[in-house]
Design a protein around this ligand. Structure first.
Ligand SMILES: Cc1ncc(COP(=O)(O)O)c(C=O)c1O
Length: 364
């Protein structure tokens, strides 16, 4: 179509993000019973929605005709109290993903550069390309961020360094001591974004990264209700940082970007410590099962600190297709340059067992 000649020039270079396939989609295509399909492809909560949130979702169904409070008052109060922040130090997004979009609109553009590991959440790269920003993909140490190399890569035009911790898709972590050393080298005109989508269910020692912005450093911390709290379908994420930076990110935010029910469900889930504990216990068990399986089969894997694990199965696309055909949805890792690997989310014990049994069958 003629109008496509007027597409913004960066758009044509973008390969759209490929999310984990929905259960219904796979069921339709392969003629499978959706109830028999296990989805371990998007690092969703193994235990479903936090029970405290379920109640709120039901109770407020009839209020959904109203626009939400654009300022997310109730949720904001709870986050501010929990993390000892003032109201202007928090921003909400339709998932933390939308806050990444605000970052792109605010701090990316031609003539600027952005730094991240070469195998980190691919949205950083997509947003950089979309905005004509130079994206510097830094090789990792094994499958862990090389923070020294990331600091070395900073130049005058660098606006953002993304530190995804625990890192998606590798599951690896960097420690607080390593981040301290890295922060010493970051100039004051560079924003460090700690993307901590898995913080609450982290299976290692979660570094305290809020201390940097509390010390006045240019850094923000991104969190989400999608993973630990099981609210991926309601799309609520948040960013915390210095007031001046958060208020700059507020400018591109549309007035009703988070939903009424999403805000209320998130506010209820935030206190659900038992759910977080149960979730972590489930992930610890799942990780152990997958590790034992990999060791038995002689498969390489990356030690994970989040609710997913990278496994080197050989030809990840082919293995993914075979697993899908047998009702287990995982993610091939070729888009991350890991063609021989798959990423599998840690699910409920019966789901994990199904994955292990089916993969065992395929590999034999
Ligand atoms: C590291 C990381 N950041 C951000 C996101 C975005 O999550 P959401 O937009 O659901 O908050 C994800 C989701 O997979 C992720 O893994």
């Amino acid at each position: 179509m003629k109008v496509l000649e007027k597409l913004n020039k960066n758009i044509s270079k973008i390969t759209p993000y490929q999310p984990g396939r929905p259960i219904e989609d796979v069921a339709r295509e392969l003629g499978l019973d959706p109830d028999g399909i296990v989805k371990l492809a998007s690092n969703e909560s193994a235990l479903g929605v936090a029970p405290s949130a379920v109640e709120v979702i039901k109770n407020f169904a009839e209020e959904a005709f109203r626009y939400p409070d654009g300022g997310a008052y109730q949720l904001r109060q709870k986050i501010c109290k929990k993390f000892d922040l003032n109201e202007k130090e928090v921003i909400f997004g339709s998932g933390s993903n939308e806050i990444l979009v605000f970052l792109a609109m605010t701090l990316m553009g031609e003539g600027k550069s952005v730094i991240a590991s070469e195998k980190a959440f691919v949205i950083y790269k997509i947003l950089s390309m979309m905005t004509g920003t130079e994206f510097r993909e830094i090789p990792m140490k094994g499958l862990t961020h090389d923070l020294e190399a990331m600091a070395d890569a900073i130049t005058k035009d660098t606006s953002i360094v993304f530190v995804c911790n625990p890192n998606n898709p590798t599951g690896s972590m960097v420690t607080e001591a390593e981040i301290d050393k890295f922060m010493e080298r970051v100039p004051e005109d560079v924003l460090v974004v700690f993307d901590e989508a898995y913080a609450e269910i982290c299976l290692g020692d979660m570094p305290n990264t809020m201390k940097y912005f509390r010390e006045g450093r240019a850094s923000i911390v991104l969190r989400t209700f999608s993973k630990a709290y099981g609210l991926a379908g309601l799309r609520v994420g948040y960013g915390m940082g210095p007031e001046a930076i958060i208020q700059a990110l507020e400018k591109p935010r549309q007035p009703f970007n988070t939903t009424l029910i999403g805000q209320l469900a998130a506010a209820a889930a935030l206190d659900d410590e038992q759910f977080i504990k149960d979730s972590r216990d489930t992930y610890i068990q799942g990780r152990q099962l997958f590790e034992e399986f990999c060791e038995k089969k002689g498969l390489e894997y990356e030690k994970t600190y989040a609710n997913f694990m990278l496994i080197k199965t050989g030809n990840g696309a082919d293995i993914t297709a075979k697993l899908t055909a047998k009702g287990v949805i995982v993610r091939p890792m070729a888009p991350y340059g890991l063609g021989d690997w798959i990423r599998v989310s840690l699910g409920k014990s019966e789901e994990n067992q199904k994955f292990v049994d089916v993969l065992d069958e395929i590999l034999d």
